[in-house]
Write a protein that binds this ligand. Structure first.
Ligand code: NAD
Length: 329
């Protein structure tokens, strides 16, 4: 578990259950993700710090056995509880609202519980709404219109967020090319009226938008030079292998919507759960749509100061963190 910052309030970040080659890789992931959560909350203007929980799943091929899963989640809950509110957990890759209920048996510092339990439920649809908003703003910049009608969108990763995003984009009139390493998801593609492509062709496919919605690190110095769309905007955290990749994309005139800006919908929704008046989905919708204005501002700043959207977004985050008392994050 990694807490990157608490300067603006408790560190909030999901609990990821994933297979890692070794514990060093898991720790690295937790540290990188918790840092991204700090920037995500700061850019979104939320009074929250950044943290992340990671649980190492034993075997990539088989799901964690049911009884063992509950034990592991309760242990995780004990660890969260021991931080006494400095870190609050939620869903992430590999965990669900139901898992949050199991964790809640050991700690009260858990968000994203089901609506029945007084929480705001699965954050994924809200993340998808925010990413769709970011895609529209990116289209507005590149093509002069936010409309998705007739736009070709490549969507990699038909999971909780990717599937919802695909539904939204299809409703908006986009032509979808979709993929997932889980071939059972081909059925979802059929239901969406989308064309299925192979995972290793998604990045290079000729399209208007590439939406990475699986895991991070898809864009490194080499792959950034091969992106087949003029826009990259998706849900995946940590899409860039390192910050310098943002310059490779900008040099090729590829508009990259910073991931921690585009995918903040889920955490914005959860932040409403923590407001004194309690959870209100209408307020959540307005705030999540606000991602559009935040991204417009970042793209304007990047244009004006001849820098990348990543640099402009980090600068906005640092400005807000400094306002909250942090100087060197
Ligand atoms: P998920 O586990 O439900 O879905 C991920 C999907 O990607 C799975 O279907 C998986 O099979 C697929 N996948 C994995 N590797 C792939 C590859 N190389 N090519 C194609 N498909 C691949 O996860 P999710 O909750 O939908 O999250 C997706 C991404 O968005 C993650 O990076 C997550 O950190 C990020 N994110 C999620 C939320 C949220 O609200 N769930 C919020 C912010 C960011």
């Amino acid at each position: 578990m990694a807490v990157h910052s608490t300067v603006r309030g408790a560190a909030l970040g999901g609990c990821r259950l994933w297979h890692y080659a070794d514990s060093r890789e898991a720790v690295r992931d937790a540290l990188r993700l918790s840092r991204a959560m700090t920037f995500k909350s700061a850019v979104a203007g939320l009074p929250l710090g950044g943290g992340k929980g990671v649980i190492m799943a034993p075997d990539p091929a088989s799901p964690v056995r049911r009884g063992l899963r509950a034990d592991v989640l309760r242990d995780f809950g004990d660890a969260v509880q021991s931080l006494d509110g400095a870190y609050m957990t939620a869903e992430d890759v590999g965990t669900s609202a139901r898992d949050m209920e199991t964790i809640a048996a050991s700690t009260k510092h858990v968000t994203g519980l089901s609506r029945k339990r007084g929480g705001s439920g699965d954050p994924s649809p809200w993340t998808a709404l925010g990413v769709e908003t970011a895609i529209r703003v990116s289209c507005e910049r590149v093509f002069g219109s936010p409309s998705l009608k007739g736009r070709t969108i490549v969507l990699a990763g038909l999971g909780h967020v990717g599937h919802r995003l695909a539904v939204g984009c299809a409703k908006g009139g986009a032509k979808l090319l979709v993929t997932d390493i889980d071939r059972d998801k081909r059925e979802l593609a059929r239901d969406l009226g989308a064309r299925w492509i192979e995972p290793d062709t998604a990045l290079t496919a000729a399209a208007d938008v590439f939406a990475p919605c699986a895991l991070g690190g898809v864009l490194d110095h080499e792959s950034a030079g091969l992106v087949g769309a003029p826009i990259v905007a998706g849900a995946a955290n940590n899409q860039l292998a390192n910050d310098a990749v943002a310059e490779v994309l900008a040099a090729r005139d590829v508009l990259w919507a910073p991931d921690f800006v585009a995918n903040a919908g889920g955490i914005i929704n959860i932040s409403v759960e923590l407001e004194p008046a309690g959870y209100d989905p209408r307020r959540a919708r307005v705030l999540v749509r606000g991602i559009g204005d935040t991204l417009r501002r970042i793209l304007d700043d990047a244009h004006a100061s001849r820098t990348t959207p990543l640099a402009a977004a980090m600068s906005l985050a640092r400005e807000r963190l400094a306002g909250g008392g942090a100087s060197d994050l």
